[in-house]
Design a binder for this molecule. Sequence first.
Ligand code: ADP
Ligand code: TYD
Length: 202
Amino acid sequence: MRRPRFITFEGIDGSGKSTQSRRFADHLRGQGQDVILTREPGGSPGAEEIRQLVLTGDPDRWSAETEILLFTASRRDHLEKTIEPALASGQTVISDRFADSTRVYQGATRGDLRNMVDQLHTLMIGREPDLTFIIDMDPATALERGLARKSGEDRFEEFGLPFQETLRHGFLALAHAHPKRCVLIDGNRTADQIASEIAAHA
Ligand code: ADP
Ligand code: TYD
């Protein structure tokens, strides 16, 4: 049996990660794979509670340093309760966001906190995905799409366009730094075009 894979989708808010992670999960299931689709922050009951804390309220509710702790706490619970048990039972895991989001959102937007993010990751998470799709797209279009949803979880979208542009550069830098694990996907196309490019990596 093929070793179950841990696959993540990353990118700025509204770039199409949820759409494409759902479509890729359906595609792999259609090939007979047992797949769980999960997300961060969240993906386990405890981590979903932390999600509410970090995604709602004023943009300046938490400092970047406090966010690093909250996102890492939620990731640890997600890993223990959902990701590791699923991989151990032979399921492929697809997660809409994982540690790359902390590297970029907390590590590279409000000062250079990347070293702090990396140290905590090594100490508490210590695991990388087998494959990461980074969906790159125009931040203005992505922000319009994201805010149009009115999800009530817009704390990061409310930081505005320059913040999303900084994020975009952060994700591009990650993709270049980890070319074996990361596949850069042009998100400025129809959902069907993007899905068929991603499906080629099944
Ligand atoms: P994310 O999870 O990255 O925030 P979503 O998949 O939720 O992104 O997409 C954000 C919004 O944009 C949704 O309303 C979705 O239907 C729409 N959308 C997703 N992909 C595309 C695309 N390729 N072209 C146009 N709209 C899209
Ligand atoms: P998500 O629900 O994927 O939002 P969107 O659909 O808008 O992309 O993620 C919620 C927000 O949490 C998103 O703005 C990114 C942020 N986030 C971080 O800042 N750090 C993290 O480690 C993670 C996982 C998410």
